[in-house]
Design a protein around this ligand. Structure first.
Ligand code: SAM
Length: 262
């Protein structure tokens, strides 16, 4: 597999990531499903749990949208707290895992296949939106996603989302000592791309600096109300890709943005 950095279009990113998540969903759920729990709301590899963090505030009775819901673990936790939840994801295979969990637990989480850049929901449909690493690190146009979330939220609605911490971009994605030395510019926004044998992008991830995220949030019309950089907890030894206790104790791996629609 070839790996590199190059600009990609919206369509290239969406096509690549739909294919990648469809192809990798089974392995992803097998590897991370236990950590995520079928009905748990885990914000990040640091293990921050919404049951403890309460970043969404009161959820009972609220209409909630989960952006890039994967197998719907977060949505299932929200529903158990009394929220009315809809989830969507680009990957059909990820949504089949949501259905698999429903069938084994007796639930029925409403999910739909959609691209976060063009939401199939009416204006002002939701009180809350959330995303735990769903869609936003992968899309070419994160501003379009934020504008769409703004559109489907009611006034005073809130959006809370987690993404890779921007500082991680400057370091190799290595959980060991190799991941402790910066080897590229934090300011280089050229997307990370994996290519299939015929040279077509098969996985794309985008980098935004901290100020890029703030600018995108503000431009979408949302108000930034908080920023959380979860610390690596004592006794947490689980590695998830480039997230490890070694690196997590030294610098942040996740940024969680809390926003509000005025
Ligand atoms: C790291 S998972 C996050 C899901 C869940 N919170 C979890 O931790 O498993 C990223 C999800 O984003 C989805 N995704 C990627 N690009 C997307 C897009 N443009 N629109 C909607 N979902 C997208 C992927 O299919 C995948 O299910």
């Amino acid at each position: 597999m070839d790996v590199g950095r190059r600009a990609v279009s919206r369509a290239e990113a969406a096509t690549a990531n739909r294919g990648w998540w469809d192809g990798e969903a089974d392995d992803y759920q097998a590897e991370h499903g236990e950590f995520l729990r079928d009905d748990g709301f885990i914000w990040c590899p640091e293990g921050l749990d919404e049951a403890d963090a309460h970043l969404l505030g009161e959820v009972a009775g609220r209409n909630v949208l989960e952006v890039g819901c994967g197998a719907g673990q977060c949505g299932r936790w929200l529903a158990a707290q009394g929220a009315s939840v809809a989830g969507f994801d680009l990957s059909h295979r990820q949504l089949q895992h949501s259905r698999r969990i429903d069938l084994s637990t007796g639930g029925a989480l409403p999910v739909v296949q959609a691209d976060a850049e063009v939401l199939p929901f009416a204006d002002g449909s939701f009180d809350l939106a959330c995303s735990a690493f769903g869609a936003l690190p992968f899309v070419a146009d994160a501003g379009a996603v934020l504008s769409e979330v703004h559109r489907v939220l009611r006034p005073a609605g809130r959006f809370v989302f987690s993404v890779s911490h921007p500082i991680r971009w400057a370091f190799p994605d290595d959980p060991g000592p190799g991941g402790l030395t910066a080897d590229r510019s934090y300011f280089d926004r050229t997307p990370y791309v994996e290519f299939s044998d015929d040279g077509v992008p098969s996985y794309v991830e985008h980098h935004r600096t901290m100020s890029d995220w703030v600018g995108l949030i503000v431009s979408s019309g949302l108000t930034l109300t908080g920023l959380v950089e979860p610390e690596w907890p004592e006794g947490h030894e689980q590695v998830w890709g480039g997230w490890s206790p070694l690196r997590g104790r030294l610098f942040p791996g996740t940024a969680i943005f809390q926003c509000r629609r005025p």
